[in-house]
Design a protein around this ligand. Sequence first.
Ligand code: CTP
Ligand code: MG
Length: 248
Amino acid sequence: MVTVVFPAAGAGRRMKAGMNKVFLELAGKPILVHTLLQFSRSSLVDNFVVVVAAEEVSFISKLLRGIPGLKPLKVVAGGTERQYSIWNGLKAAPEEAEILLVHDAARPLVSLATIEGVIEGAREVGGAIAAVPEKNTIKVVGEDGLVRSTPPRNTLWEVQTPQGFRRDILLRANEQAEEDGFLGTDDSSLVERLGVPVKVVESDYRNIKVTTPEDLIIAEALLREDYGGFLGLAKAAAKKTAAHILRQ
Ligand code: CTP
Ligand code: MG
């Protein structure tokens, strides 16, 4: 059995919408619903645990009951940090789930290939995470504002979710993190501390985390599948410009 835990208990502060950003509607549906429908398309996924703020549990349960086509799901209360929310969600996952995935509710554009690649990677290796090769040059900067070093870009990957693990590994990693008071910025960092290998599954650049207002513009366009259209238009315009220049 494969269970997916969706942390959705954040406040969405950087979005500045005055509400939890996962309820914002894009292309006619709340972001959270887009995300859950996408995972519902995979035959490798069995059920969900949706983690929301304690005061939102009853509202979300009702909202999701009205959406046809979702996998069976439980709604549970989260915590003050993403890691605590996920830990609550993991404790609510069915005991029969031998593979546990974690996916940010705020990433509605994940592809089916990425979801299934992470599940297969977790089965094979024990842990697998979605990621894309870094596009930018990244600097390590000291507190004095001076550059310390420039890690070679070809070694850098930008990590996304889903992140999937064998149940025993992920539960042990969370127990150990809790015992040590360790707070990581992703789930894999908790597992890495145990010395367990984690496989990187190449995802795509569409799988953005909707975080700041400008991400809404990008996500809306991508959800409407205008992307191919934009590329076609941009290419056609470039050809027209080139033809015009060559005629001069
Ligand atoms: N999340 C959560 N519990 C928290 C904090 C975050 O379940 N205590 C969830 C968010 O709802 C989101 C995901 O973790 O789906 C990724 O977190 P992030 O993008 O940081 O969302 P927020 O914490 O809501 O946004 P911000 O940091 O801007 O306040
Ligand atoms: Mg946050």
